[in-house]
Ligand binder design. Structure first.
Ligand code: 4AD
Ligand code: MG
Length: 476
């Protein structure tokens, strides 16, 4: 079954050479032109069929979705939409596809409809473009860190800790939920459970990455994370992927520099390697935007937006300064924010987007948040009120990265954990890094799907992961 991939075919000079290609039919026009796609590129290959030389029985079985093996001669195409075509000598049907039942038709489908058939949507040009870019970004992330000597640490998926302390945990248990063993005082007897204590899916690999940084000095994780937050938004998934670098001997400024350099590297990688996919997605977005009211349209086409974010230095300012800007904004005065602005509040997406899209018109890094809205491990500032946190906010997305300098001083960390009712005994393994040769260190978490969203211009996060998991939705 020697086949030539369509991506390779399109690079050959067409001079009557005999080739075999295989793929799925996108369209079959006038009993004469097959548009074939094999997923090796988003481009289709035109196959010319002389219907007088093939049995009608065979041609009747060719529909959108049918899989074919075709041999023929590669020639230059006269058509205006392609450079190459194959004149078919033999056509073999690998798998039939009933046109009455096949849900993908050669027309535009809504993204919502395609989400219902996530097992087939990868056959569309839109999703092939998105998942090729996703694949490229995963590769580029490893390349970025490996080029700099960072060590990839596989943090565990099952843990007994809640790294973020937000309580959004998926529990992992082998107990029979219809017959739960109980202790004398009526509570669940976890000694009977698989690990002999409560366990959950990880919300972050950071704490384990910190142990790695205390040995290798520069490490990163890249794995799935799970959050049982009941938020049905276009930016939240219950299962998403996170990249978490962690670096010894870095302060918050070093951390911001690395994050900015990484994001720019990744955007450039996409621009350099996926021009056709970006063109396609940009056109898709422009068509979609025409349906929206003027004030909700994105101000820049996709490609220009990526170029712009590479060129501009990110704006860096403190949370406190950002609150001042929001308070004094005409938006606030006209009461356009749904959530009123005041120091101490967690910024809502509307506030983040105001700063990025209206005030600065570029990516923004906010630092030094109130300690009460951030996790226990962040380094406390001398003001007693704020911590060395940083969030990176992107146009159209809001928060894409969250990170901080870590609290490396044992007593201060223990004190904070006690205030938040986090057991210092159970977390002895984490605190040991502060007991034995502690050093200043910092790190951050990049939400992989939010990055893919930004690079593809997709407005819903469910459209940038092959199999989205959200509340009440775990199909396929
Ligand atoms: O800000 P978060 O919660 O930070 C952490 O988990 C830290 N442990 C990271 C670190 O310092 N090592 O999450 C980091 C990023 C967010 O900025 C966001 O991009 C993404 O993860 N994220 C989500 N993406 C999709 N769905 C969700 N439910 C997400 N929650 C967070
Ligand atoms: Mg965050």
């Amino acid at each position: 079954m020697k086949r030539t991939k369509i991506s390779e075919v399109l690079k050959l000079p067409p001079n009557q050479q005999q080739l075999t290609v295989m793929g799925w039919v996108r369209t079959f026009r006038n009993n004469q032109f097959i548009s074939l796609n094999d997923g090796s590129t988003i481009e289709n290959l035109q196959i010319v069929v002389d219907f007088t030389t093939f049995p009608e029985e065979l041609l009747k079985k060719i529909h959108t979705g049918t899989s074919l093996k075709i041999s023929g001669k590669l020639v230059p195409s006269q058509g205006k939409n392609q450079t190459h075509e194959i004149i078919a000598n033999t056509i073999e049907i690998l798998g039939e596809c009933d046109p009455e039942k096949y849900p993908l038709q050669p027309k535009k489908h809504s993204l919502e409809f395609l989400r219902e058939i996530a097992h087939l949507r990868m056959r569309t040009t839109t999703f092939q473009s998105i998942f090729r870019i996703r694949n490229g970004l995963a590769f580029a992330i490893h390349q970025f860190f490996q080029n700099r000597g960072f060590v990839y640490i596989h943090s565990p998926i099952i843990t007994a800790s809640d790294a973020e302390g937000a309580g959004e945990l998926f529990q992992v248990t082998t107990l029979d939920l219809n017959n739960i063993p109980k202790t004398a005082d009526g509570l669940v007897d976890y000694t009977e459970d698989f690990f002999g204590k409560p366990a959950n899916l990880t919300v972050s690999g950071q704490l384990e990455a910190e142990l790695g940084a205390m040995a290798f000095s520069e490490v990163y994780t890249f794995g799935p994370t799970f959050r049982a937050e009941n938020s049905n938004t276009p930016r939240h998934l219950a299962e998403f992927w996170m990249i978490e670098p962690e670096m010894a001997f870095y302060d918050l400024n070093d951390n911001m520099d690395l994050a900015e350099e990484m994001l720019k590297y990744l955007l450039k990688y996409v621009l350099d390697n996926f021009p056709k996919e970006l063109e396609f997605l940009q056109q898709r977005q422009l068509d979609e935007e025409k349906q929206k009211p003027q004030n909700e349209r994105s101000s820049m086409p996709l490609i220009e937006k990526l170029q712009f974010c590479i060129k501009e230095p990110f704006e860096r300012l403190t949370y406190t300064k950002a609150i001042e800007i929001l308070e004094n904004s005409s938006y606030n005065k006209k009461k356009k924010f749904q959530f009123p602005v005041q120091w101490g509040m967690d910024l809502q997406t509307e506030h983040e987007r105001y700063l990025v899209e209206k005030e600065f018109n570029k990516p923004v890094i906010l630092t030094d948040y109130p300690k009460d809205i951030k996790a226990f491990y962040m380094r406390q500032n001398d003001d007693g009120k704020t911590v060395r946190a940083m969030d990176i906010l992107f146009p159209g997305i809001g928060e894409i990265i969250g990170g901080s300098q870590r609290e490396e001083r044992l007593e201060i960390l223990e004190q904070r954990m006690k205030e938040l009712n986090i057991s210092t005994e159970e977390m002895y393994w984490y605190l040991d890094t502060r007991r034995f040769g502690t050093v200043p260190h910092a790190g951050f978490g990049l939400g992989f799907e939010r990055l893919v969203q930004f690079c593809t211009g997709m407005s819903n996060i469910r459209d940038v992961i092959p199999f989205p998991r959200t509340p009440k939705n775990c199909e396929f």
